[in-house]
Design a protein around this ligand. Structure first.
Ligand code: C5P
Length: 227
């Protein structure tokens, strides 16, 4: 197998998903949204037992019968199923994101999801977005991007996404939540949110998604033969 892997990491609301999907579509690669796996696992666990301390203290037991299935087809919205139930829309709240962040500090959860993430390596290639795609899960990837943006810009984008989904939110509140989640993701000991040493960093604060995509695809096309 000679699959090419491209990773797109960064904090929440930075536009990783949009850019990663645009890259996958343009190259005819598979796409994987690893955050949706953390969100789905967290929500399913929460549905089973709202006492997260209890869940975290015996995670292997609580996770044992959970089957997550992420599906992506070119030109279509990706979908995620948990034990056959469609979780695509209900994982998109800030509450679920915070739960995901709590689960994300746990080694068993990360190991289980890492195995699943690696099963997505398929020819001709994969574009994966998340927090530790370039540093851990696909550390062998030859092209790694790390997107950044100011917290205000990220909160504005998240506000617009939520509005589009008919969910109302408050900007200041969102900024607080993003800062809290950034802190938890950056300060955890396992797979913290940091750029890989060989990642190309792109600040997306003042440029459009098309501009980020154009920058990224140019770099990819220049390097595709050697990756
Ligand atoms: O990217 P998204 O906002 O959907 O991710 C939700 C949470 O899942 C993150 O805040 C982070 O705690 C966790 N996550 C992670 N590693 C990944 C992807 C997501 O720890 N690769």
């Amino acid at each position: 197998m000679n699959s090419k892997i491209i990773t797109v990491d960064g904090p929440s609301g930075v536009g990783k998903g949009t850019i990663a999907m645009m890259i996958a579509e343009s190259l005819g690669f598979k796409y994987l949204d690893s955050g949706s796996l953390y969100r789905s696992l967290a929500l399913k666990l929460f549905e089973k037992n709202q006492n997260f301390d209890e869940v975290l203290s015996n995670l292997d037991y609580w996770m044992s019968d959970i089957l997550i299935d992420f599906k992506y087809a070119k030109g279509q919205k990706s979908k995620i199923f948990v034990n056959g139930e469609d979780f695509t829309d209900k994982i998109r709240t800030e509450k679920v994101a915070m739960l995901a962040s709590k689960i994300a500090i746990n080694k068993s959860a990360r190991d289980m999801l890492e195995k699943y993430q690696r099963s997505y390596i398929k020819d001709p290639g994969l574009v994966a977005d998340g927090r530790d795609m370039g540093t851990k899960v696909f550390s062998e990837a030859k092209i790694k991007f790390f997107l950044t943006a100011s917290v205000e810009k990220r909160a504005e984008r998240r506000l617009n996404q939520l509005k589009d989904q008919g969910i109302s939110a408050n900007l200041r509140n969102l900024i607080q939540k993003l800062l809290l989640r950034d802190k938890a993701d950056m300060e955890r000991t396992i797979s913290p949110l940091i750029p890989a040493e060989d990642a190309i960093i792109i600040d997306t604060s003042d440029i459009t998604a098309s501009e980020v995509f154009n920058t990224a695809i140019k770099i990819i096309r220049e390097n595709l033969k050697i990756i």
